[in-house]
Ligand binder design. Structure first.
Ligand SMILES: [Zn+2]
Ligand SMILES: [Zn+2]
Length: 264
């Protein structure tokens, strides 16, 4: 659903049977909406470009103010938001004086990440400092599913590790995977090496590993695009090689993933 000063347009995309749309990288409704609306407005754009009537703009109602907010928290952007590898987490919104966000983002958390292995350094001192770069993840503590499900931003999620917890010693899962109970899942982006995986290459613990857990690997399909660092991967699960099954069967698998990381 979207509108301009000229038209209102709505596009719905779906199957008439229950089926996931996750095969689409981008929202197909958005693409169709954009295509049609662009064509509908072409004559106004051409006219304006030819010096005719300028393109109409919405009038801003009195009392409406703009503020730049973080898409993940809805709060005002903080420095940490800008370190999100997906970039562009800041958005301009329209608010009233009452509804405008008043606190800065508490969701983005700065963490050190080993940019050569592609794993989170935890504690920060486990990785060589020259490997490490500050990045930010989003603190989401309440995702809990009875089975693994695809969640587009799962690989950017952060959870606070209590002092007793050890990071997951497997590069195919989030570093905080050990915090989950048996049979509990927090969603997956189906990346071979999730952005929030632990730097097992330098890590010193051995906690959760795939051999000690019964996983139903819903992850087998969709060749997990090894969405590398920055890649604006809202569309994280496109294409990608299906060369490996992504679930390196043992701790040895970590090395396979490691090679994948450098593969391209
Ligand atoms: Zn933020
Ligand atoms: Zn490291």
């Amino acid at each position: 659903m979207g509108y301009t000063p000229y038209y209102v347009g709505a596009v719905w995309t779906g199957y008439d049977i229950p089926q996931s749309l996750s095969a689409f990288g981008e929202n197909p409704s958005l693409l169709v909406w954009d295509l049609i609306m662009t064509r509908l407005h072409q004559k106004y754009i051409d006219e304006a470009n030819a010096g005719g009537e300028p393109l109409r703009k919405f009038e801003v109602a009195p009392g409406v103010i703009t503020a730049t907010y973080c898409r993940d928290s809805g709060q005002l952007v903080a420095d940490a938001c800008a370190h999100d590898p997906r970039q562009y987490r800041a958005e301009v919104g329209y608010f009233t004086r009452e509804s405008v966000p008043k606190t800065t983002c508490q969701t983005h958390v700065m963490v050190l990440r080993d940019q050569y292995t592609g794993g989170i350094a935890y504690p920060a001192t486990t990785c060589p400092s020259w490997n490490c770069q500050w990045t930010s993840l989003i603190r989401v503590e309440n995702r809990s599913f009875p089975t693994e499900v695809y969640v587009v931003d799962a690989q950017y999620v952060y959870r606070e590790m209590p002092s007793w917890a050890t990071p997951a010693y497997w590069s195919g899962v989030a570093f905080f995977r050990n915090l989950l109970k048996d049979g509990e899942f927090c969603g997956s982006s189906y990346a071979v090496r999730p952005y929030n995986s632990y730097c097992v290459e330098h890590g010193i613990w051995n906690g959760w590993s795939p051999s000690t857990q019964t996983t139903d690997t819903g992850t087998a399909d969709s060749g997990a695009g090894t969405s590398d660092a920055g890649a604006s991967s809202d569309t994280g699960q496109s294409a990608g090689s299906t060369g490996t099954d992504g679930a390196g069967g043992s701790d040895g698998g970590a090395n396979d993933d490691f090679e994948d990381w450098f593969g391209d």
